[in-house]
Design a protein around this ligand. Sequence first.
Ligand code: HEM
Length: 412
Amino acid sequence: MTSVTVDLYDRASWRGGAPHSTFAELRRTDPVHWQEIPGQAGYWAVLRHADVIAVSRQPKVYSAEQGGILLEDMDPTALQQLRSMLLAMDPPRHQHHRKPLTVPFGKPQIATLETRVRDICRDILAGIAEGPDGAVVDLVHDVASSLPTRVLGEVLGLPEEDWDHLHHLAALSARTIGESADHEGIAAVSELAVYAIGHAARRRSAVESGEPPPDDVTSLMLASEINGTAMDDLEFALQFVQLFIAGNDTTVGMLANGLDVLLEHPDQLALLRAEPELIGGAVEEIVRYAGPLHYFRRTAMVDTELGGQQIRSGDKVCLYYTSANRDEAVFENPDVFDVRRAPTKHVAFGFGEHFCLGIHLARLEGRIFFEELLGTFARIERAGEPTKIWSNFNNGLDHLPVRLRREDHRAP
Ligand code: HEM
């Protein structure tokens, strides 16, 4: 039995950040906890690391396709649209659609991007103009937000003059997956898809006219097959849109949360400056400690048992990565932010069937961004209070005001 009365669904419970102490108590007393949702079916909140893994390992028992991946019931048309994304497909369809992307997003292919990602980071940071008191910027909007779309533009071989517009469309499209789906978001998704179809068509006709295919992810995707059938332009467009939606806010969240947490822990920031080779491990600790997504949902397809609870077919089941990543059964001193904590078994990128496709890209962007940020600015300080996105799904910042100085003139 638990004495916890905190409503995990109510956004009010997330106002100051994730309810970590409630999660800790529930992991001890009621690790698969029933939570009501006003006006619709409630859900099982899965809070322990081992149970999150157990559910993620059984995609046929716990479906991503049946009811989608968010807690709220969706209208049938929106749900049908969502099912065009890997995130909301079940096996075997999921494997057929994911397979063509495994080489393009695999570690060796992504590793070839190191120099180009570094150039993009340098270019963004070079644009920050300093006055006598340094430069005051909003790290979210002025620095981090354009990185993932520019990198995807590079990865997919998109013309550079389109990147800004694609960035705008990606930001609007992201709204279709969080709590604030609206017409502008849906229109942006359609525009992205139309753009992708045009890109595929131009690329195919250039290759047909004898040009060698560029060495990029577009070429790899267009040459691939889905369950024995060549990838067509519509399927390419669906995957393209998905990459922009899944890889945008998550990456910005990782970068902004990361700097916020480092400013909260100056000893850890100093450690990274002294030993930059720790930055790769620090990115893992950032997503464990302050990952950009709190949860994804599944729907039980059969009656089953989980963590001592009877789950009925049709029940909503919520995988709280944010809780699993602080599970004391797996992490020593889980509430301590420690950039030396490696290797780590965090589930910020999910686990099993739907394990993040973009993990190697996200890690590369995270490592290079912090290497370049710390390498460029000798002094980084807060220039105001950060404001959090107030959500029970996204863990990110609306604003992170910071003052940056290329040189640190303080006395040693
Ligand atoms: C820090 C950054 C990121 C985090 C924390 C993150 C997190 C996640 C998580 C938790 C899942 C699993 C969803 C589930 O189990 O239902 C996932 C799936 C996915 N992610 Fe990421 N992600 C990040 C960056 C990216 C990037 C950069 C891309 C691509 C450009 C990407 C593309 C995807 C895709 C396509 C899936 C669906 C995979 C599937 O269902 O097979 N993600 N991500």
